[in-house]
Design a protein around this ligand. Structure first.
Ligand code: VGL
Ligand code: ZN
Length: 193
């Protein structure tokens, strides 16, 4: 957590937690350690970002319209709200993604803040060089966001005790972790940073 670090919390939303429309096994278990991480970043004066999947009701992302997924995280619905155990410190920037009905937009780097600025431009204007990432789901949005962060030239650390995967195919999360490692992503636990 050196100067120039920031935290990105990916999609810790009700629909990705057990009982939700696209519940990730143990998805709710990441909320507490990520809240602790957010508090530590905030305490150190470092920026915190929280992305949310934020789909229109009609999108090619959903099965019914040609995609892979049951409807989830529809804008303004209870399922799209952050999980109640996730405590976001004041000043957290919310990044909304998946708004374009023609794209899956798994990566938070395809998302924007309330003023329409992309995550990439927010990070650049704050001088962020090292992004710490945790959240849901390891094998989709976390994977995609971490790989995009590397492509953007950032040092990336994945918080391994703060992620959980969809596992459409068993082993998807393990494969995603391997892919991230090969791309140069580092691994740490919340208490190790
Ligand atoms: C996600 C599947 C569909 C994610 C989003 O946040 O990982 N996964 N939409
Ligand atoms: Zn989605």
């Amino acid at each position: 957590m050196e100067r120039g670090s920031a935290l990105l919390i990916v999609d810790v939303q009700n629909d990705f937690c057990p009982g939700g429309a696209l519940g990730v096994p143990d998805g709710d278990r990441v909320a507490v350690p990520l809240s602790r991480a957010a508090e530590r970043f905030r305490g150190a004066g470092l920026p915190v970002f929280a992305s949310r999947d934020w789909h229109p009701a009609v999108t090619r992302h959903f099965k019914e319209y040609g995609g892979m997924w049951p409807p989830h995280c529809v804008q303004g619905s209870p399922g799209a709200a952050f999980h109640p155990d996730l405590r976001l410190p004041p000043g957290t920037t919310v990044i909304s993604k998946g708004i374009d009905p023609d794209r899956d937009s798994y990566s938070a780097f395809e998302g924007i803040n309330d003023d329409g600025a992309t995550l990439g431009s927010c990070l650049a204007s704050l001088g962020v060089g090292h992004l710490y990432i945790g959240g849901l789901a390891t094998d989709y949005c976390v994977r995609s966001s971490a790989l995009d962060a590397v492509r953007a030239g950032l040092t990336v650390t994945l918080l391994t005790d703060c992620v959980a995967g969809v596992e459409l195919q068993p082993g998807d999360s393990a494969r995603a972790l391997e892919e991230m490692a090969e791309a140069g992503v580092r691994f740490a636990t919340v208490d190790g940073i």
